[in-house]
Ligand binder design. Structure first.
Ligand code: 13P
Ligand code: SF4
Length: 311
């Protein structure tokens, strides 16, 4: 660190001085995960953001996650180390086009994955995360017509699991789409008997080889509890940090992309957040998340529904 500042010590000092809580997603750099007060999946992080008594939430994740924190806790100052930390799923679903899609299907309700902008949430009936979607869908009548956006792979997985026929938006996560089935099969052949734990943002041809499919928290818990000594992990590889902390004797291998290793599956948006930027955002309380009040109030309704239905 060229400035000579002890960034970890400064972050600790600033967190106390500003009564801040640091929330981190499992896809963040391990350095940030280790500093965070809480690490979790999208649902865990939403719940923490809604319940915290801190004045400041420093969100080590991507922008839509920090927006959710602001929507649920408008009186808090929410900062994101790098405002450019977006998400390919959010980009695949522009609010105007989504609004038009909704209007074209007035007899459908909109179940929307949390990986989207606040403006898209404002057009939605119920938000879901990968850990809450099945539980929420089970509470809807079987004849309820549903549109599901923006992740077509998660949507297709949920259709298969729940026997529904949700109409799917054509969006995807660039990270989970980068896994190669050919390379995965080679890796499985190298480690006979090693189970594959996969995130439902993966395409179906990857999920077909998985013994377990779930959210990041679910993958983490399943992998730790599994009797297997070697586990292949088909999601963003930074989650392996938590697996290794909780089960140091086990061998966790990131599922490969077309180049045969797992580095191409690191989320480039999550990677924008760094220790330096976390320090600066706590010091300067910016970049700060703002959501126009009219959008916030409309986006809060489907988020509150998710928190109730997932409880
Ligand atoms: P979860 O942590 O809710 O499983 O979400 C994964 C993800 O891709 C977040 O961007
Ligand atoms: Fe978006 Fe995929 Fe990155 Fe998650 S991993 S933030 S879904 S691009």
């Amino acid at each position: 660190n060229p400035t000579g500042v002890d960034l970890r010590a400064e972050i600790d000092r600033l967190r106390k001085e500003k009564n801040a809580v640091i929330l981190a997603h499992y896809y963040q750099d391990p350095v940030l995960q280790d500093l965070a007060d809480f690490v979790g999946d999208s649902l865990d992080l939403s719940r923490k953001a809604a319940a915290t008594t801190a004045d400041v939430i420093a969100f080590c994740g991507v922008r839509f996650m920090a927006e959710v924190a602001k929507i649920l806790s408008p009186e808090k100052t929410v900062v994101l180390p790098d405002m450019a930390a977006g998400c390919s799923l959010e980009d695949s679903c522009p609010p105007d086009a989504f609004g038009a899609f909704r209007n074209a299907h007035p007899d459908h309700i909109s179940l929307t994955y949390i990986n989207c902008s606040a403006a898209v949430k404002a057009h939605s009936d119920i938000i879901v995360t990968s850990s809450s979607a099945e539980k929420i869908i089970a509470q809807l009548p079987m004849d309820q017509k549903i549109i599901f956006a923006p992740d077509k792979h998660l949507g297709a997985y949920l259709n298969r699991k729940t026997g529904r026929d949700m109409l799917l938006w054509d969006g995807s996560c660039i990270v989970h789409e980068a896994f190669s089935e050919t390379e995965l099969l080679k890796l499985i052949a190298l480690h006979p008997g090693a189970p594959v734990a996969a995130h439902p943002e993966c395409p179906g041809y990857i999920l077909d080889h998985a013994q377990f499919v779930g959210s990041t928290t679910a993958i983490l818990e399943w992998s730790i509890a599994s009797p297997a000594q070697t586990i292949i992990v088909a999601t963003e590889p930074n989650i392996i940090h938590q697996m290794q902390l909780k089960a140091p004797h086990k061998n966790f291998i990131g599922a490969p992309g077309a180049d045969g290793n797992c580095n191409c599956n690191m989320c480039p948006y999550m990677a924008l957040n760094t220790l330096e930027k976390l320090y600066l955002c706590l010091r300067d309380l910016q970049p700060v998340i703002t959501v126009p009040e009219e959008i916030r109030l409309r986006a809060k309704l489907p988020l509150d529904r998710m928190l109730e239905m997932a409880a």
